[in-house]
Design a protein around this ligand. Structure first.
Ligand code: GLP
Length: 245
C-alpha cells in the first residue's frame, strides 16, 4: 500500500484527478469505480475542469459503489442524484455506460446479481476510487462485512446513519439499508485509490494502514491489495506513525 500525504484537501483532490486523467489517457475505454460522500467532491470538480480542457470520457464505463435502498434515482439524497449533479451532467460519459445500483428495485437479490454480472461483462474495474467511513467502512461494507462478499443488500451501522443524516431533512428519513458492492468486488479492481481528509478519519486511517487486517475494520483489507494508494490530507494522516508520514 502506498501512502501520499497532500498539503490540504485541494491538493488531495488534484492528485487523485491526475491519477484518473493519466489512466483515461492511457486507456480511453477504461472502467472506473466511483464513490460518493463529501470526500470526492473536490476530485469531481477537478475532473469537470479537466473535461472542459479536453479530457474525453466518451468511451469510459463507470460503476458506483453503492446506493441507498428504497430511494428513487430522483430523490435528492440518492447517490444517483449526487452523481448526476456533481459529475455526470458535466461530462460526456454515455448514459448507457453509467452504472449505479438501483435502490428502487424491489427485487434486491436480482439487482445485486445483475450488478455483479455487469461488472464482469465490462471486464472488471480498472481503477476504483474509495472514501472511508469513520468506522472504517468502504462502500457501505460496515464492520463485520465478510471479505468474500460481493454486491448485496446491507444494513447500515448506526454510526453511518448518524453521519449521513446531514444529507436528509430528518434523521428518521435516512434509509437503514443500501445495495453495496462487496469487499471482494472492490478487491477485484486492478487499482484502488482511497481518499480521506479531516481529523474525523484519522483513527480509521491509522487502523486501516497499520492495524491488523480484520473484518472488524473493512478498509484494513486494502493492505492485501497489490496496487492500492491512500491519498490523505494532513489531518487524516495525523495518527499514522511518523515513519509513514
Ligand atoms: C458513505 C459512502 C461511502 C463514503 C463514506 C464517507 O457512507 N457510502 O462510500 O466513503 O460514507 O463519506 P464522506 O466522504 O462524506 O465522509
Amino acid at each position: 500500500m502506498q501512502i501520499k500525504i497532500a498539503r490540504d484537501y485541494q491538493e488531495m483532490s488534484k492528485l487523485a484527478a491526475d491519477i484518473i486523467a493519466d489512466f483515461i489517457k492511457a486507456k480511453p475505454s477504461g472502467v472506473l469505480g466511483l464513490a460518493t460522500g463529501s470526500t470526492p467532491l473536490g476530485l469531481y470538480e477537478e475532473l469537470v475542469e479537466r473535461h472542459q480542457e479536453g479530457l474525453d470520457f466518451s468511451k469510459v464505463t463507470t460503476f458506483n459503489l453503492d446506493e441507498y435502498y428504497g430511494l428513487h434515482a430522483e430523490h435528492p439524497a440518492s447517490y444517483h442524484y449526487y452523481m448526476h449533479e456533481h459529475l455526470f451532467k458535466h461530462l460526456n460519459v454515455p448514459k448507457e455506460r453509467i452504472n449505479i445500483p438501483d435502490g428502487a428495485n424491489t427485487d434486491a437479490a436480482s439487482e445485486c446479481r445483475s450488478y455483479e454480472d455487469k461488472i464482469t461483462a465490462a471486464g472488471g474495474i480498472d481503477l476504483q476510487i474509495l472514501g472511508i467511513g469513520t468506522n472504517g467502512h468502504i462502500g457501505f461494507n460496515e464492520p463485520g462485512a465478510p471479505f468474500g462478499g460481493t454486491t448485496s443488500l446491507v444494513n447500515l451501522a448506526l454510526a453511518t446513519i448518524e453521519a449521513n443524516s446531514r444529507f436528509f431533512d430528518k434523521p428518521e428519513d435516512v434509509p437503514r439499508q443500501a445495495i453495496s458492492m462487496g469487499i471482494k468486488s472492490i478487491m477485484n479492481s486492478r487499482k484502488i485509490v482511497l481518499l480521506a481528509n479531516g481529523e474525523s478519519k484519522a483513527d480509521a486511517i491509522a487502523r486501516a494502514v497499520e492495524g491488523p487486517v480484520t473484518e472488524g475494520l473493512p478498509a484494513s483489507v486494502l493492505q492485501l491489495h497489490p496496487d492500492c494508494t491512500f491519498i490523505l490530507d494532513q489531518q487524516a494522516a495525523k495518527k499514522l506513525t511518523h515513519s509513514r508520514r
